[in-house]
Design a protein around this ligand. Sequence first.
Ligand SMILES: Cc1ncc(COP(=O)(O)O)c(C=O)c1O
Length: 385
Amino acid sequence: MNLFDVYPLFNITPVRASGSYLWDEQGNQYLDLYGGHAVISVGHGHPYYVKQLTNQLHQIGFYSNSVQIPMQSVLAQKLGEQSGYEEYQFFMCNSGAEANENAFKLASFHTGRKKIVAFEKSFHGRTSAAVAATDDPSIVAPVNETSNIVFCQWNDEVMLQQIFDTHEIAAVIIEGIQGVGGVNIPKVSFLQKIKLVCDQHGALMICDEIQSGYGRSGKFFAHQHANIRPDIITVAKGMGNGFPVGGVLIHPNIKPKHGMLGTTFGGNYLACAAAIAVLDIIEQENLVSNASQVGQYLMQQLKGIPGIKEIRGLGLMIGIELQVPCAAIRNELLNEYKIFTGSASNKNTLRILPALNISNTEADIFITAFRNVMQKQFKESASQA
Ligand SMILES: Cc1ncc(COP(=O)(O)O)c(C=O)c1O
């Protein structure tokens, strides 16, 4: 059987990884500033993470939610404390898309309504309602098409108000920082307006923190830069540092009936061990503040490099919008300097999503390489002009 072609970004076959580095079959070392789609939060093969997962596997790896799994409560407690959402309920699932599907179900059950507001350039996953709320028609199949999603322009308060004036809205879903769309940070006033208009109309605000959460932005959740408290928050990616896991934080006023949400794999022992280990490491190593500090350092050092149109970002979620498409630059960084970087649906934007424990020294390796690549590229284009 042939493999289905998904979307390999790098023609590399990693066989080993540690911290912010990967090694391929030939022993070449790569600096990882992409974390496999923003998943590696505490670094590859962190010794504590490996130990906790291994110990757990020796004890009991899996049973479904048909038994009591006290580790789920330990995880919920720690997540509540570290994020500041102690009073919320926590539902565990296996991925980001699944978290968003469950968030939509909760909002719809709670309000009795069907319509969800999503934003231009959004990405919420590839399952049915999540992909319908994703602003990329190329991945929406006819079976996913629905009139239940209403798209609004980014940061457009007037349009948002008009949508609420003309539709019965169950929820608004917004990424804490848009990732795939090109690292777009919502205005503080816009996030506050969403929360206000939701409250006024009995709708729920869902914040998708799947990419921007877990300390990446320099606060536990990116929306906390705007001082708001959404009704529902979805998490995945960095939560498991590579172990597939997702979750939904649910305001206590939302009371799903027993059995409304469910899952076979969600909340299993190994998933809990991975997610607890990640939170322990984030706390013990002060990684939220490291993300803030190294992120600021990176953004500072990037200033003045030729060929950059705009630098957007918070913490270690950084988008470098170039004056030209970024594919050639990414390839050169990979081939000449052995550095993984990401792209975005906006083809000019390079996305930087390193592990939260990356050091300034590792950041410097990227800055030097990136400056060289950009200087060469822009010298070449100037001489061709
Ligand atoms: C903001 C956001 N939401 C949801 C998803 C979907 O997550 P998953 O691929 O785990 O289903 C992604 C994945 O890139 C994402 O960036």
